[in-house]
Design a protein around this ligand. Sequence first.
Ligand code: KG4
Ligand code: ZN
Length: 358
Amino acid sequence: SSSRLVLGIETSCDDTGAAVLDETGAILGESLHSQKEVHLRTGGIIPTVAQQLHREHIERVVQEALGRSGVTPGQLSAVATTVKPGLALSLAIGLDFSRRFVRRNDKPFIPIHHMEAHALTVRMLRPVAFPFLVLLISGGHSLLAVARGVDDFLLLGHTLDEAPGDTLDKVARRLSLIKHPRCSTLSGGQAIELLAKGGDRTKFPFRTPMGQTYDCCFLFAGLRNQITMTIKKKEAEEGVEPGAVLSCVEDMAAAAQHSVASHLAKRTHRAILFCKAQGLLPENSPALVLSGGVASNQYIRKALTIITEATGLQLLCPPPKLCTDNGVMIAWNGVERLREGKGILSPDVDVSYEPKAP
Ligand code: KG4
Ligand code: ZN
């Protein structure tokens, strides 16, 4: 066909992803190698290990995505790759690979901002018009922004300490959920969501922070500290060693999940009211787009639905597979930029990665 074809490559954290998309957002071929199990065993991401795994898998993942799509490198219109933000060692692998690939095949290169890609993914599935509000929540990020255009974001708030996925992962580790028979292969956030279903959140009333703070930023470390202190207290009461699984683990998971959901919902509510007061969102069908790994949590989605329904916004969320890191969203961001002719570089231009890009 005459449609433009984009190869997307993602290596900013612990997923090696690649995909080939056409201009309409149809996924012609994709491949994803997740390092999650390795990092689960070591109790967190060790950057040198992540880099080594990206190095071992990138060639195969890209070849697989291309092979499945039936598209040859020569047929591509451009290559889009995440260059910011993320782990320096991980970003370097995707960028080095892409630089060699575009030079060898003489293709335009489109450097991608990982958070921009998360925010735009929803437009691959349905025509969501700018501007819209986005809440991105993952293991590395927590941010609220108004998406005003493909490369035009107004940042309203971000986390001042850690990201909600990181908080859930740390609480899960503190609760030794990896030793729990139903949770051994799940990420911290998934394990907490599963156990919370059988728990009573009211057993542990954690206080959410920033009730009097008039911005849209987030704080999670203090919340995690409350949770950890309570776990310690329960361990003493139950007379169990730290690291053993508590009998009240389900109630603890439910309370922890609720506190994270509640903080996210309260800050997002502030952002919506601010946007309305400032006229930052359209009068007709304003939308909140929710994405990032933590967005696959149904309880958190429900909490945000309550907020969006109360304020007349539509809550839009890509399917879980597209909420977590993948090559598809990077390729889609490439398509969006290609359409607008924004940030398309020639194959020989020197690009560097930016681990801490805003
Ligand atoms: O977007 P992602 O794959 O990677 C980045 O961090 O960029 O998100 C991974 C994070 C992890 O912290 C994981 O615990 C969390 O998303 N997560 C969840 C759920 N599934 C994944 N958190 C809560 N509930 C879930 N169902
Ligand atoms: Zn991400």
